[in-house]
Design a protein around this ligand. Sequence first.
Ligand SMILES: [Zn+2]
Ligand SMILES: [Zn+2]
Length: 387
Amino acid sequence: MAVKNRFAEMHDEITAWRRDLHENPEILFDTHRTAGLVAEKLRAFGCDEVTDGIGRTGVVGVIRGRSNNSGRVIGLRADMDALPIEEKTGKPYASKTPGAMHACGHDGHTAMLLGAARYLAETRNFDGTAVVIFQPAEEGGGGGKEMCDDGLMTRWGIQEVYGMHNWPGMPAGSFHIRPGAFFAATDQLDIRFEGKGGHAAKPHDTVDTTVMAAHAVTALQTIASRNADPVEQIVVSVTSFQTSSTAFNVIPQSVHLRGTVRTLSPAMRDLAERRVREICEGVAATFGGRAEVDYQRGYPVMANHEAETAFAAEVARAVAGDCGEAPLVMGGEDFAFMLEERPGAYILVGNGDTAMVHHPEYDFNDEAIPAGCSWWAELVERRMPAA
Ligand SMILES: [Zn+2]
Ligand SMILES: [Zn+2]
């Protein structure tokens, strides 16, 4: 089997939906137009139930198969939100909203899941229930968690859940996956060093927070190089260094650092948090100052479940003939919250040779649509075969 013929027929139409979403990007939970459009289409396709306002602006659609002897309920999830980036693609369907663009391809994800929903509602060639999930605020807002907290899994009796993301640099429509930890836990650092400001010509009368913070930035690099087992993955990046004075002749009273920590296991995450505190507080004390460390845990590690990963790969091979091994990604993905609640898997679909996601010249590749839609449809038909 290759891609399903129905998606070759629908390719132009789904592409038009995708480009309309691209022209009208919406950020975080403000996906009102997108969610409205999704709900309207799901109703038009004849979904059995369509509910909006889940996790603030999320939408859930239910499609019942021709029979339900299996009693199985599978969740299929797409994200709908865009990013606060000024688009530079120059495409005719480029963003009409200044400062917002679909730079992560969630326009493509939404369009592909809509295409699959239409096909599944038309054919219903399965024994069980498919629940299509459209979530807001994947990009840092935790929309997936909000939907889970709103009872997504229990309210619709979802037993397994699957997700898909496009990936630049892999051939369009090809698939890649890996079992276990896949996307990183993403934590935020907010650190304040307090000392004693003063005249730059009289350093001996001050407690210099710039020197203190500079030592801390260097020492923080030893979490990865000296504390973590070299076979583990960890990123510690200080991304902002702000002194309370920008004058040439003032030793600033305080310095504010910000940064991010990415890890792939709970043990590494605990180690990183402990060492960030010890290093910053220890360095500050050494220089006679004080450090206040605010370590905020963000998305957890996104870990694919073994059996569901093997199944997702089998479906990918049926659609594309092959399924490669995906690389580890140190970025975050809030599908992690759904995979903490239910077994499931997340797969990458190739976006071809394009700019990377989150780049102002990135664009979702419409050539991937038939493969992406076919994976969703085949997943449902294979997991819940018609009697
Ligand atoms: Zn993204
Ligand atoms: Zn994304």
